[in-house]
Ligand binder design. Sequence first.
Ligand SMILES: C[S@@+](CC[C@H](N)C(=O)[O-])C[C@H]1O[C@@H](n2cnc3c(N)ncnc32)[C@H](O)[C@@H]1O
Length: 359
Amino acid sequence: MTDKRQTLTYVSMCVAGLQEVAEEMLRQSVTLSGSPTLMDGLLVYSTTASPDQIRRLDFFSNSFLLLRSLTPVSQPQDRMDELAELAAHLPIEAKEISALTQSGHLKQGQTFRIVLSDENHLVSARPDTMRRLEAAVSQTAGLNLRADAHRPDHEIWLLRRREGTAYYLFRLTRRTTSRQLTAGSLRPEIALMMCHLSQPRPDDIFLDPFAGYGTIPLARLNFGPSQLVFFADIDEAMVRGFRQNHRGAAIRRQIITKQMDALQPDFFEDGFVSTIVTDPPWGYYESMNQMDEFYRQMLNGFRRIMRRGGRLVLLTARKDEFLAAAETFSLQFEQLRTYHILVSGKKAAIYVLQKKESV
Ligand SMILES: C[S@@+](CC[C@H](N)C(=O)[O-])C[C@H]1O[C@@H](n2cnc3c(N)ncnc32)[C@H](O)[C@@H]1O
């Protein structure tokens, strides 16, 4: 049977600074038609993958189906009004609507709201313009959609970027916002991207020695088999909490939990661990003065327990302190890649290092 699926264009958001990593992961997940367009924290790409397949790409923070690309307006003032006016006069194409109705995303009589995003800020437009735009969406393909600003089934976005591009979009995902996450836990999208950067393999002996709520070891389970996955943390309450949260679940069989001081990883024999992916303390909330010394002791432990050629992927906002510590171990670890990102508004970086073969 031939595949009659149409090529659709999607717009997905990711952590700013990680768009190249997102592109690599996207290419491993779906077949693309042509090259994606990459902007800071945003990818625009075409594929025959269905809206459902795109919705499941959880390394993206949000994904949208592109309804129309809009020509940027010239005057900076009133630009969202003009964009909204433009969108109100452009019919949404049948191909996109049938992809949404066939996949069960969009049904007769459902509700929607319009969201206007201008350079990453939510803004409003003139009420009469909004009414015209809502009326145009309501009449789409005879679906009798209704505007509901409070509890809509769907969101239609008008998104304008600093680069001057603008998109008319149907939102496919509703990810947990930072405010809904447990304080101190890493965003799952970042954990997934960090695991990808560790180049997961079936013979991995994987460790997160600062595991906290376990976001990183849990993310590793999405990348296929491994020999062993270890969750370790110095805080007994965190270890107990993780065990309780995942009691009886299959996860308990796949992740080994251990209370351990990452600076003294005596539990592990020399060269046992193939991969460390971790988010160590940044020393802002804890009373830790000597972060460079903390990172030096940490790297000294990692150097001993890691196998040659093994990968270390680490996130920190204490870039200078980490780089000073890494410099001390430059004979043991090669720095492969660095990604500068923002985590909860703080400048941070993901470092990818490899234990050298020769040590
Ligand atoms: C930034 S948090 C990790 C958050 C984790 N990635 C998550 O998503 O939940 C750092 C963790 O390191 C732990 N920690 C601090 N000092 C440690 C040490 N010396 N050895 C092991 N764990 C330590 C803390 O208890 C905390 O859970």
